[in-house]
Design a protein around this ligand. Structure first.
Ligand SMILES: NC(=O)c1ccc[n+]([C@@H]2O[C@H](COP(=O)([O-])OP(=O)(O)OC[C@H]3O[C@@H](n4cnc5c(N)ncnc54)[C@H](OP(=O)(O)O)[C@@H]3O)[C@@H](O)[C@H]2O)c1
Length: 284
């Protein structure tokens, strides 16, 4: 019997590639997405069910879990991949923008975990992989909402791995570095609560973000290969590995840097690199 995987945010980016990888490895794939027509290339493949799931809609989650158990009788793997970045000054984000970031990246992920747990506990078996980010391990400027949502994912996973191990369920994070997916084009710049005195610096920040994130990665190591992430996630799902796992050359270099020089020096370098772009020299 084929093993069964549920993937969130499979319309594009990592999620779509992860769905293809599991399909190739002979899994039955439940590829979930907000709009079921978003990925024509997944539709052409065997052993993939394309199903509607917005991770912020609890009834969607229940429908996916019920469908999977009814049709296949088990859930072996959950990949919590859906997510987006809310960037900008915290002060200028509206309550709704703040809530949306956590609803998708954190509370939606919690709801998906809670959705599959009864079945995985019954099976006394299962793997949950939460796609976090290197941004969930150290802070970056002007991304406090995104970073904190991913820090929350890291913290949740680290804590949950104790209790889930009681039931034979493995939970871990996969934290990618910089990869060129749709992520950068979907960044939500939070500015609903504009402050006039931030007008000047906000405009420079938007230009710097545009240049620094959309055109080239925030770290000077180039973008990684997206297929490597899909291969890595698959590998983590079939092997006993650490609770936190990193993928991308930049993550290796940054983790090594932190180990040798500490986080404070990294913060200083990041400040210099970023603030040079948006502040006058005398404010540095
Ligand atoms: N790319 C990177 O450099 C990078 C680095 C570290 C971590 N990550 C993480 O990797 C994950 C995948 O991102 P990606 O890089 O593949 O970006 P992407 O190409 O923008 O894909 C994001 C996916 O999330 C889905 N999504 C967004 N909101 C959703 C919701 N409410 N319910 C269900 N699905 C939703 C999107 O669906 P729609 O098509 O409907 O919008 C899309 O399928 C994210 O968690 C991201 O934070 C990315």
């Amino acid at each position: 019997m084929k093993k069964v995987v549920i993937i969130t945010g499979a319309s594009r980016g990592f999620g779509e590639l992860i769905a293809k990888k599991f399909q190739k490895e002979n899994f039955q794939v439940i590829a979930t997405m907000r709009n079921i027509d978003s990925s024509p290339s997944l539709k052409e493949l065997d052993n993939i069910d394309i199903k509607k799931l917005d991770v912020t809609v609890k009834s969607d989650i229940k429908n996916i879990v019920d469908f999977t158990i009814e049709k296949y009788g088990r859930i072996d793997v959950l990949i919590n991949n859906a997510g987006y970045g809310a960037f900008g000054f915290l002060e200028e984000a509206s309550d709704q923008e703040i809530k949306n970031q956590f609803d998708v990246n954190f509370f939606g992920l919690i709801d998906c975990i809670r959705g599959v747990l009864p079945q995985m506990r019954k099976q006394k078996d299962g793997v949950i992989i939460n796609i976090s980010s290197i941004a969930g391990r150290f802070g970056l400027p002007f991304t406090s909402l995104y970073n904190s949502s991913k820090f929350a994912v890291e913290g949740l996973t680290e804590c949950l791995h104790y209790e889930l191990s009681l039931f034979g369920i493995d939970i871990k994070t996969v934290a990618p570095g910089s990869f060129r997916t749709g992520f950068h084009d979907s960044v939500n710049f939070t500015e609903s609560e504009k402050k006039e005195d931030l007008d000047d610096v906000r405009e420079k920040l938007k230009i710097a973000l545009e240049e620094g994130i959309k055109k080239e990665p925030p770290f000077p190591f180039g973008f990684g290969n997206n297929d490597d992430v899909a291969d890595f996630v698959f590998k983590q799902s079939i092997t006993k590995s650490k609770v936190s796992n990193f993928i991308g050359r930049d993550t290796k270099i940054i983790n090594f840097f932190i180990k040798i020089f500490g986080r404070e020096l990294l913060f200083k370098i990041i400040k210099k690199q970023w603030f040079n772009k948006i502040m006058s020299k005398n404010k540095l």
